[in-house]
Each structure stands twice: as C-alpha cells, then as structure tokens.
Ligand binder design. Structure first.
Ligand SMILES: Cc1cc2nc3c(=O)[nH]c(=O)nc-3n(C[C@H](O)[C@H](O)[C@H](O)COP(=O)(O)OP(=O)(O)OC[C@H]3O[C@@H](n4cnc5c(N)ncnc54)[C@H](O)[C@@H]3O)c2cc1C
Ligand SMILES: *[C@@H]1O[C@H](CO)[C@@H](O)[C@H](O)[C@H]1NC(C)=O
Ligand SMILES: *[C@@H]1O[C@H](CO)[C@@H](O)[C@H](O)[C@H]1NC(C)=O
Ligand SMILES: *[C@@H]1O[C@H](CO)[C@@H](O)[C@H](O)[C@H]1NC(C)=O
Ligand SMILES: *[C@@H]1O[C@H](CO)[C@@H](O)[C@H](O)[C@H]1NC(C)=O
Ligand SMILES: *[C@@H]1O[C@H](CO)[C@@H](O)[C@H](O)[C@H]1NC(C)=O
Ligand SMILES: *[C@@H]1O[C@H](CO)[C@@H](O)[C@H](O)[C@H]1NC(C)=O
Ligand SMILES: CC(=O)N[C@H]1CO[C@H](CO)[C@@H](O)[C@@H]1O
Length: 446
C-alpha cells in the first residue's frame, strides 16, 4: 500500500461533538489547508437533495473538496476533533443507517467528477463522485463500455463499492469484478493507492467499501467497442394484472444468456404472453438507461426493503401484486414501486465467491425490492409496516438457506449476515486493522 501521509494538524480543543457546527467555524479552522476550489457551506436541502428524505442526514456543514488530497485533510480534521462525518456521492443510498445531525459534516464528493480513459480504452479512471450518466456519456464518446448501474443519477462508485449490478453484468460480471485499483482516504487521514496486492483490504473494499474509507478515484476496466457494439435491445412490455402468474413463471423458466443476440427472438416467450404494450426497440449506449429516468426522481420518502431470491414463485407474486394494488389505493402512494431484477449470472459466477466480500454471488438469482413512495409523513409508519410485510412474503419462499439482501438495496434493519453473508468475521478483522475506531460507520457498519 503506497500512501502519502497527512499530519493531524487540527486538534483545536473545541468540544464539537455535541454542539451544532457552523460553516464560519469550520471555515476558520480548515480553509487554509484546503485547495482553492474547495467549498465550505451550510446545509441546503435543495442544493444537496437526496433521492429519499426518509431518515436522511441533516449535517451542520457541507464541504465539497477541490481535490483528492482535500478529502484526506477533511477526514484528519474530523477525526482529530471528533466531528462525525458522512461521505455523500450520488445521494441515492436509501438505508436507514445514516446518523448525521447538525453537529456533523457532510463531505460532498460530487465535485470529484472526472472521467479519463487510457489511450487504448481498456481502463478508465473515475472520480469518487462521478454519476453513472457521466461515465456513460464519456464512454460513448470514447467508444468504450463500462460496467455501471442502470440509473443515470446514481453515484457510479456508490453502486460499485457494494457489488454493482448493471446492464453489462452478463458480459463482464459485477462492478466489483471490474475494479483495478482505488485511491482511498483511510481513517488515519492517509490517501493511499489500494491494489490487489493489498489482499485483505482489496477483498473487503469490494462489497463493503464505505466501511473502510473514502474512494476519491478508481481505475475500472473498460471495453473498447465500435458503434455497432453500442446497440442493445431495450424497452417495456406491459401486462394486465391477470397475467402475473404466467409472467412470473416465464421469468423463472427463462435462462438468461450473456448475449441475448437475437433481441426480440430471444425473448419470444414473453411476447407470446400478449403484452398490452410493447416499447422494445434497439437503443444506443447513451440511451440504455432512458427507461429508468422516472426512478431517478428525487424527494419524497422511500423507505425501501429488499430480498434476494433463488426462485420466482407465481403464488407469492400474486400475493405481492394484491398487496400492491391495495397499498396504492391509498391517496398519495401512487409512485410506489415493486421491482425485480434478473440478470445473466454465468460470467459473474466465473469469479470465485471468495474473490471479494460481495455476498451471495452463487446463491441469489433475483433481487426483489419494495419501495413505498409517499410525500405525507403521516404515512410513514404504515409505509414501513407494508414494506416489511411484502419483504416477509418474499422471504418465506426465497428458497435460500438464510435470508439474503444486496447491501445497496437493503433497509438497514437486517443482520450483518443477511447483507455480508458468511464472511462477517473476516470483515470485522479487516475493519479492526484499518478503521479501529469505526469512523466510517454509516453504511451497514461492521
Ligand atoms: C434510482 C436508483 C437506482 C439504482 N440502480 C442500481 C443499479 O442499477 N445497480 C446497483 O448496483 N445499485 C443500484 N441502486 C442502489 C445504489 O447502488 C445505492 O443506492 C448506492 O448506495 C448509491 O450510491 P450513491 O453514491 O448514489 O449514494 P450515497 O447516498 O451518496 O452513498 C451511499 C453510501 O455509499 C457511500 N459512498 C458513496 N460513494 C462513496 C465513495 N466514493 N467512497 C466511499 N463511500 C462512498 C456513502 O458514504 C453512503 O454511505 C440504485 C438506487 C437507486 C435509488
Ligand atoms: C447530534 O447527535 C449526537 C449523537 O450522535 C448528540 O450527542 C448531539 O447532541 C446531537 N447534536 C445536535 C446539535 O442535535
Ligand atoms: C439552496 O440551493 C438552491 C438550489 O441550488 C438555491 O436556489 C438557493 O438559493 C439556495 N439557498 C440558500 C439559502 O443558499
Ligand atoms: C492498453 O494500454 C495499457 C497501458 O495503459 C497496457 O497495459 C495494455 O496492455 C494495453 N492493452 C491493449 C489490449 O493494448
Ligand atoms: C415452465 O417450465 C415448466 C417445466 O419445464 C413447464 O411445465 C411450464 O409449462 C413452463 N411454464 C411457462 C409459463 O413457461
Ligand atoms: C389526495 O391528496 C391530495 C394532496 O395531498 C389532496 O389534494 C386530495 O384532496 C386528496 N384526495 C382524496 C380523494 O382524498
Ligand atoms: C494509516 O493506515 C494504514 C492502514 O492501516 C497504514 O498502512 C498506514 O501506515 C497508516 N499511516 C499512518 C501515517 O499512520
Ligand atoms: C475467509 C473466509 O471466511 N472466507 C469464506 C467467505 O465465504 C465463502 C462462502 O461464501 C467461503 O467459501 C470462504 O471460505
């Protein structure tokens, strides 16, 4: 692990921990140690809006670093003065694990947003705060594909550090399988370059990343393609509620291949079920995520719950459908979503489960998510009990030995085993070594 060292310069003696923190105070202490483009600001819920306001952090101060080194300096400042802090990138994390109030600092790394391909386009270096849309538009211009999530608004590394599902999964594996190295700010304020040579930390980062530091930039594999390689078949098939069982059984029966080369023909079983609407067509790379645009809408409250499934059971999904119909009949819940994702996992399973801390690689075939979406806070407790009820329905027929959730889809009330699988003890060992005081403690803390 090659690293640079930052001294802990900032023990100012002020008892920050319990008091509200003001931008003026932080500015006085820290300004001269940061690069000129860094910004120290009060919290502005509009400017720093999150995807969901449910259990959202409310910091006293927001700092947007101007450089990777600034992030190390901010972490040193916070730890020396016992100021709680949280990293925010794309602001889509929906878990209830955030605990930041007016006495804390939000490190808004969205400002670290560069995307640079190497000459032959086999590698791309992305800033820690880069949005998925930034990666895709740069990739499209460069003529290279990069494994990212399926929604343009999400932080590219926020998704990758937990596993990283996305459109290219069938071809190249998970996000964590495509990471080459990262620049990481550690708990002791060091900015270090972490590579596969850092065996334990490299393993731990790829699945439980936010527990070990702040990734200020990452080198990720990219795949040069001609313009015809940027075309894929996308769209929506809409079915009436009466077809739930048939659709679910068809999903269960379909073996997804790394390349579903024949487009429509490969999905003929779904077309034969008689969708009431079919918007499928060939789309170019920059438009692959267009269909998910409405899912990106910020604001409102979205306490989400998720499970991994080995199999899809028509009877369970009929019950879930009935629950959904009944929930959205309540005024103000109409945006609520039930989501299920299925990918070709053949390529992903060519990587050993022990190659990263990302859990359930060989166990989970489908991820289901229930998102009660509302604006009136009086619906909060009803929304949560509905979410838990649907999650229980799925868990009862998940056909897994123990409940499993993708960490980036989980709610925050699960056991560590449910999100990190069988390697919790190894993760705890690495955590003790790298972040013994658990200063990175706001994302499914180990
Ligand atoms: C609309 C939507 C679509 C989604 N689509 C996908 C998808 O296609 N595939 C998929 O795998 N997941 C997907 N997710 C889940 C997504 O991966 C998580 O919500 C993820 O945590 C979001 O990262 P963010 O940077 O946007 O959020 P943030 O709330 O900013 O970050 C989430 C957590 O990660 C930490 N974090 C973020 N960046 C860094 C970094 N650079 N270094 C260290 N810690 C960091 C934060 O501190 C925080 O604890 C989706 C979520 C939403 C809301
Ligand atoms: C913030 O939360 C901490 C506990 O994490 C608490 O001690 C403190 O009083 C709170 N401060 C404010 C300003 O609410
Ligand atoms: C908050 O941010 C919004 C959007 O960026 C801006 O229009 C508004 O003026 C800001 N409010 C304050 C008090 O700075
Ligand atoms: C691409 O360039 C990198 C150096 O940036 C080199 O290591 C790699 O071998 C090259 N790959 C190909 C396929 O040319
Ligand atoms: C699913 O597969 C089973 C067993 O092969 C078959 O009996 C059933 O008809 C199939 N159902 C659908 C909807 O494809
Ligand atoms: C639904 O809620 C909206 C806004 O909260 C309100 O204006 C409307 O009257 C409500 N409709 C019913 C049928 O209660
Ligand atoms: C910071 O922590 C890392 C990882 O534990 C360690 O390798 C490095 O030597 C530490 N640096 C300092 C200055 O303490
Ligand atoms: C070090 C360790 O405990 N590794 C285990 C992680 O979990 C997988 C199964 O998911 C085991 O095969 C490894 O031995």
């Amino acid at each position: 692990m090659a690293g640079r060292i930052v001294l802990s310069l900032f023990a100012t003696g002020f008892a920050y921990a319990a008091a509200a923190l003001s931008p003026a105070h932080v500015n006085r202490d820290l300004r001269s140690f940061l690069s000129s483009s860094a910004v120290i600001d009060g919290y502005n819920a509009t400017a720093y809006a999150r995807w969901s306001n449910f259990d959202a952090p409310h910091p006293g101060v927001v700092i947007s670093p101007g450089s990777e080194q600034d992030v190390a300096t901010i972490v040193s400042y916070c730890t020396s003065n016992k100021i709680p802090f949280l990293t925010q990138s794309g602001a889509h994390g929906w878990a209830n694990t955030f605990q930041l109030n007016e006495s804390g600092i939000l490190i808004n790394i969205k400002s670290l947003d560069s995307v640079v391909f190497n000459a032959n386009k086999t590698e791309v270096t992305v800033g820690g705060g880069v949005a998925i849309s930034d990666v895709i538009s740069a990739g499209s211009k460069a003529g290279a594909l990069v494994q990212t999530g399926n929604c343009n608004c999400v932080g590219a590394l926020g998704a990758i550090l937990g596993g990283g599902y996305g459109n290219l999964l069938g071809l190249v594996g998970f996000g964590v399988d495509n990471l080459l190295s990262v620049n990481l700010v550690l708990a002791n304020g060091t900015l270090a370059n972490i590579t596969p040579k850092d065996k334990d930390l490299w393993w731990a980062l790829r699945g439980a990343g936010p527990n070990f530091g702040i990734v200020t930039s990452a080198k990720v594999k990219s795949y040069p393609v001609s313009s015809s390689g940027q075309t894929a078949w996308f769209g929506q098939l809409v079915y009436s509620g009466s077809k739930v069982e048939e659709v679910v059984q068809t999903i269960q029966n379909t073996t997804l291949k790394p390349k579903m080369s024949e487009g429509r023909a490969a999905f003929m079983a779904f077309l034969e079920l008689g969708p009431s609407q079919d918007t499928t067509t060939e789309l170019q790379y920059p438009h692959w995520n267009d269909g998910a645009a409405s899912f990106c809408e910020k604001g409102g409250y979205k306490p989400s719950y998720s499970v991994g499934l080995a199999n899809m059971h028509p009877t369970t999904w009929r019950q879930v459908w009935n629950e959904y119909v009944s929930w959205v009949s309540i005024n103000g819940t109409g945006n609520s979503i039930i989501l299920m994702e299925a990918y070709s996992l053949e390529k992903a399973r060519s990587f050993a489960p022990s190659s990263s801390s990302f859990a359930w690689r060989n166990d989970v075939n489908f991820n289901a998510v229930v998102i009660p979406w509302y604006y009136d806070t009086r619906l909060g407790s009803k929304a949560q009990s509905w979410g838990r009820k649907v999650r229980n329905m799925w868990r009862e027929t998940d056909d897994l030995a123990a409940p499993a959730s993708y960490v980036n889809f989980a709610h925050g009330d699960e056991t560590l085993h449910t999100v990190y699988g069988d390697n919790v003890s190894r993760l705890k060992k690495v955590k003790k070594e790298i972040d013994p005081n658990s200063v990175f403690n706001q994302w499914f803390e180990i």
